[in-house]
Design a protein around this ligand. Structure first.
Ligand code: MOS
Length: 725
């Protein structure tokens, strides 16, 4: 199905199941431990062996020799496969750094060997016996130092935009701000580490893994190991979080496949947490300069956002200026992004790549300029709202109710109680409130599904879509139930298997809208097949209560399916609407913090997010996405930072004891409100994404609340207590 005209009334407008607060259909499997995650997959007929990875101890250079003799002699060891044995390999399309193979070391803890043994403990013990000699080379590890050598990347990365004349407008503006902000390297820190099991059968290999994107992984595994893609079967039915860290093929899958080939047995490999953080990807640090000029009434006349980030050679930008191109009005504007070469581990997508760190800076800057011009920060944002793309005035937003989010949020949060900086006190605590806008573009990807109706009247959906904890199983079941007119317990959902039609996968907050649209398209096909078989007139056909009706005839679906059942399969494809209309999601975050007057320690007291993101497919799972994202934003504001060893080139705090993420106990009160809206331009589902929106702006709202509490403006994340005292 090609989606190229705005959705009008369609079969799911009269909603019975979609939009309902239905609990996760996979929830029981997960809470009772029956949902098998990658490493837990167990077939009693298989004799599993265990692989333990060895990571490079330098950041840049070459391996001159490896001595694995002691490791091979260790108890239980079946094989040691080294990067030198495997030799030079092609890189996957989505990987910047190679994962395994050859003598070159591109970053610290790059995989250089896998030791396979009868038990996990034996493999781990033997891995410590591998001896490696390196020829170490100098690398660049400090973004601050590398900033001046940063270059403009090629146009495919869209580094620059300019509208009007920023310099002139900024120079002549009566009120101006020129400030620089920094955001640190961050880690996804998902609960389930990367893990894979590989089992060969002749020249075919099955890999159980933890992947957000089944088809990308399958293609890149084929490229990396020179295996025919058709010979690779990938399974990832349950995933313990990804946040972008599992978008792209990782070393665990490669090591499991080569290890299993070496020992001719199925091999399990998990990346140990202390290796994972430097071995995989992270969100790159940024330096961001923002200049804003306004009239005395607060209208922005000039806005510029420049950002510097670093990555390995061949890598990409952290696109921190993206929201500034679209968020506020203003005739004269410019954005620019520059990329430095750093030999740290690969920088790549982490939840809301671009907008999350971009808004960390921009939304403090907006707070600062609003104060300078003497306008309430909620009002300042309302004054500078735009309904058109400020860089391309012929493009309107498909929907944009940012003002509604701000107004409703201010009212519900009690914004009028906010005082002047440093003016509210509660015992030993200085108390303040902050606001920031949430903005994230709405992306879509093609997404396929197969829907089967069987003789029992059960509808089974098959798609390689993944559920990274987001609720994909549930919203897909809701979509199929709605479309086929059956109760949700008559729908079975099968996900995360490369034998199923290729879906959008989970990423970029495109998963929910794209994958349910794919299921919608497949259900349309199944409905047509049923109508055709029964000879029903498709004009007046109704699917309801497990029956299909037309005219005065009505047939139970089980009967319509017949003994062999019926199948519908299709892929949603996206036409021009995403080009002609700017599609984005919006929100407003309100935060109240207390800052200890003696220690400078910041504590969140309460948070509210109001989101406008099209049709909300399931308010329970959507809310979970937003409160999880708000929690992640709290970590981003107050504690999360990968500390760089700028001499040796690695992240020092590479475990969860020292990379400090926020937890439930850090946020005593959290609320989420969704605006009641549908977006007919976004998809037949009229939905958008919320999974990343919830993170965007949170950290700035916290930073602005800390400023309101203390009167101390911190422009460098995280806002640890040393920066307040
Ligand atoms: Mo997201 S960073 O595209 O998983």
């Amino acid at each position: 199905m090609q989606f190229d005209t705005p959705a009008t009334t369609n079969p799911i407008d009269n909603l019975k199941v979609v939009g309902q607060p239905i609990h996760r259909i996979d929830g029981q499997l997960k809470t009772t431990g029956r949902a098998m995650y990658a490493y837990e997959w167990h077939d009693p007929n298989m004799r599993y062996a265990y692989g333990y990875p060895v990571g490079a101890a330098i950041a840049k250079g070459r391996i001159t020799s490896m001595d694995v003799s002691a490791a091979k002699r260790a108890p239980g060891v079946l094989a040691v496969v080294t990067t030198l044995d495997v030799g030079e390999r092609k890189k996957g399309k989505f990987n910047t750094a190679k994962l395994f193979g050859g003598d070159e070391v591109q970053h610290y803890h790059q995989a250089i060997a896998v030791v396979v043994a009868e038990t996990f403990e034996q493999a781990r013990a033997a891995a410590a016996l591998v001896k490696v000699d390196y020829a170490e080379e100098e690398g660049a590890f400090d973004l601050g130092q590398a900033k001046d050598s940063a270059v403009k990347p090629d146009e495919s990365q869209q580094p620059d935009t300019a509208t009007g004349n920023f310099e002139d407008a900024f120079t002549s503006a009566p009120v101006t701000l020129d400030a620089t902000y920094t955001t640190p390297d961050q880690s996804h820190a998902m609960m389930e580490p990367h893990a894979s099991i590989a089992a060969w059968n002749g020249d075919e290999v099955t890999v159980w893994t933890s992947s957000q994107m089944i088809d990308w992984w399958r293609s890149d595994l084929a490229t990396t190991l020179d295996i025919d893609k058709e010979k690779i079967h990938l399974m990832s039915p349950f995933i313990g979080g990804g946040f972008g860290g599992k978008l792209f093929l990782r070393a665990d899958a490669v090591l499991a496949v080569v290890g299993a080939r070496a020992v001719k047995r199925p091999v399990k490999v998990a990346l140990p947490r202390p290796l994972l953080i430097n071995n995989t990807t992270h969100r790159p640090a940024t330096i961001q300069r923002i200049r804003i000029g306004t009239e005395g009434d607060g209208k922005i006349t000039a806005i510029a956002h420049e950002s510097w980030s670093g990555d390995l050679p061949g890598g990409g930008l952290e696109t921190a200026v993206n929201q500034t191109r679209l968020l506020y009005a203003g005739a004269n504007r410019m954005t620019a992004m520059r990329l430095a070469t750093l030999h740290l581990p690969e920088g790549n997508a982490m939840r809301a790549p671009g907008e999350a760190p971009g808004l960390m800076a921009l939304e403090i800057a907006i707070d600062e300029i609003a104060e300078k011009v003497g306008i309430d920060p909620v009002q300042f944002r309302i004054v500078n709202d735009t309904q058109i793309d400020p860089e391309k005035p012929q493009r309107r937003f498909s929907q944009r109710n940012l003002i509604g989010c701000l107004k409703l949020g201010a009212e519900r949060f009690g914004w009028r109680e906010r005082g002047k900086p440093g003016s509210r006190r509660d015992g030993n605590w200085l108390v303040g409130m902050g606001v920031a806008v949430a903005f994230r573009n709405n992306l879509v990807l093609p997404s396929g599904a197969r829907v089967k109706l069987d003789r029992e009247g059960v509808v089974t959906v098959e798609t390689d879509m993944t559920d990274i904890g987001t609720g994909s199983y549930t919203i897909i079941a809701q979509t199929a139930a709605e479309m086929m007119g059956v109760a949700i317990d008559k729908v079975a959902v099968q996900l995360g298997d490369s034998r199923f039609p290729v879906s959008a996968g989970s990423g970029g907050q495109f998963g929910a809208n794209s994958s349910t649209s794919g299921v919608y398209a497949a259900c349309v096909k199944l409905r047509e097949a049923i109508a055709k078989k029964l000879g029903f007139n498709s004009e007046d056909i109704v699917f309801e209560n497990g029956e299909v009706r037309s005219g005065n005839r009505s047939v139970p679906l089980a009967e319509a399916a017949g003994p062999d059942g019926l199948v519908g399969e299709d892929t949603i494809k996206w036409g021009e609407l995403t080009e002609t209309h700017q599609q984005s999601t919006f929100g407003a975050h309100f935060v109240e913090v207390g800052v200890d007057i003696a220690t400078g320690e910041s504590r969140i007291r309460r948070m509210l997010a109001v989101c406008a993101a099209g049709r909300i497919l399931n308010p329970i799972t959507a809310r979970s996405q937003v409160i999880g994202a708000m929690t992640m934003g709290a970590g981003g504001a107050l504690s999360e930072e990968l500390a760089v060893d700028t001499r040796r080139g690695f992240f020092v705090n590479h475990d969860l004891a020292s990379y400090e993420v926020a937890v439930h106990a850090d946020i005593p009160h959290q609320e989420v409100i969704f605006m009641d809206e549908t977006d007919p331009m976004s998809s037949p589902m009229k939905a958008k994404g919320v999974g990343e929106l919830g993170l965007c702006g949170v950290a700035a709202a916290i930073a602005n609340a800390v400023y309101n509490a203390t009167g101390v403006r911190v422009r460098h994340y995280p806002l640890t207590l040393d920066k307040l005292i």
